[in-house]
Write a protein that binds this ligand. Structure first.
Ligand code: PBG
Length: 327
């Protein structure tokens, strides 16, 4: 007997019934950008519906997100002043966390990115060595642990180190535990690749490596080489062992193979970051009339879910429910 695969594709009803993968807007995390001292909120090229926010506009944005049921956020704090060396001042970001939490409390889940790239003059994710061609691991880790501590004390539910230094998860966990912040989660960007897909984000977070400040032109000395998936496995195993609660693959679509493999090998919740360039690629094509934006976003999220992600960090989280209903 010939197998008919088309019988199960024939109507929307049987397609709905036979689906194996479910995209769920409740599994999505919406990134937020807080820029200290910004006069007016600014749009971000490629990231439709996402803005660089000041205090008032950020609180208003969160309020309207909560009204439509978007409750999980990843905050990036961008300070007004940058520095070359430690110590850095994490107060501006800690203050906004405190304001968000005192206004909205347990109505939302607030993760905060922990990195130095928005704080350094060089735009690098850590403190530059005096000779300028590599980052100082231990000084950077000390500062990251202090950042995580100040964000957690301000009320962040989760801290998410995205810097890719060695040993930062253990340092952060020990620092938090020492201060009795046992409940604060750590989401490690454990499989973060050295990617071109971060372009629009670096405009939003003002965090591109600046060639005039150092001889280190890019992040290749600390982020994972796209051709080294075994590095992503080692890095994720290590971060699990050091105390991470949630692991992450980043970017998403170009690294689906890594997500599939790692989520099968390591039994922790897996996040995937659909990064700015991936999201913007769909938006730009849609604006050119070359594809249906909402449907393409759903297709990307289906792939990320199918490959093993329990949660998706996406610039489209606040539109997910609406787009899913029109599926
Ligand atoms: C900072 C950081 C980056 C992203 C998240 N945290 C950029 C980078 O490493 O250059 C990228 C997010 C995106 O592109 O959406 N270290």
């Amino acid at each position: 007997m010939d197998l008919s695969l088309r019988r199960l594709r024939n109507s929307p009803w049987i397609r709905e019934l036979s689906r194996e993968v479910h995209v769920d807007s409740k599994k999505m995390i919406q990134p937020l950008f807080y820029v200290e001292g910004l006069k007016e909120r600014e749009s971000i090229p490629g990231l439709t519906g996402v803005h660089r926010e000041n205090e008032n506009s950020l609180l208003r944005q969160i309020e309207s997100d909560l009204e439509i049921g978007v409750k999980k956020f990843l905050l990036f704090g961008v300070p007004a002043n940058k520095k070359n060396s430690a110590p850095f001042n994490f107060e501006p970001t800690a203050k906004i966390i405190q304001k968000i939490k005192s206004r909205f409390g347990k109505d939302l889940f607030l993760a905060t990115d922990v990195c130095l790239c928005s704080y350094t003059e060089s735009g690098h994710c850590g403190v530059l060595h005096a000779e300028g061609h590599h980052l100082e691991n231990s000084t950077t880790v000390e500062q990251l642990a202090l950042a995580a501590l100040s964000y957690a004390q301000a009320g962040a539910d989760c801290v998410a180190p995205s810097d890719m230094m060695d040993g930062r998860i253990r340092a952060i966990r020990e620092t938090l535990d020492y201060s009795h912040l046992h409940e604060t989660l750590i989401m490690s960007y454990s499989a973060k690749f050295h990617s071109r897909f971060y372009g629009p984000f670096r405009l939003a977070a003002d965090s591109a490596p600046k060639n005039n400040v150092s001889t280190l032109k890019d992040r290749a000395t600390y982020q994972i080489d796209p051709a080294r998936p075994s590095d992503a496995l080692l890095s994720s195993l290590r971060d699990q062992e050091e105390g991470a609660d949630i692991l992450m693959v980043k970017p998403g679509l170009p690294y689906l193979d890594v997500l599939l493999e790692l989520s099968q090998k390591i039994q922790l919740p897996w996040a995937v970051y659909e990064v700015s360039g991936e999201f913007a690629a769909i938006e730009v094509l849609a604006q050119q009339g070359l594809m249906d934006g909402p449907k393409a976003h759903l297709e990307a999220w289906t792939s990320l879910t199918r490959a093993g992600a329990q949660m998706i960090i996406t610039y489209g989280a606040r539109n997910a429910k609406k787009w899913l209903e029109t599926q």
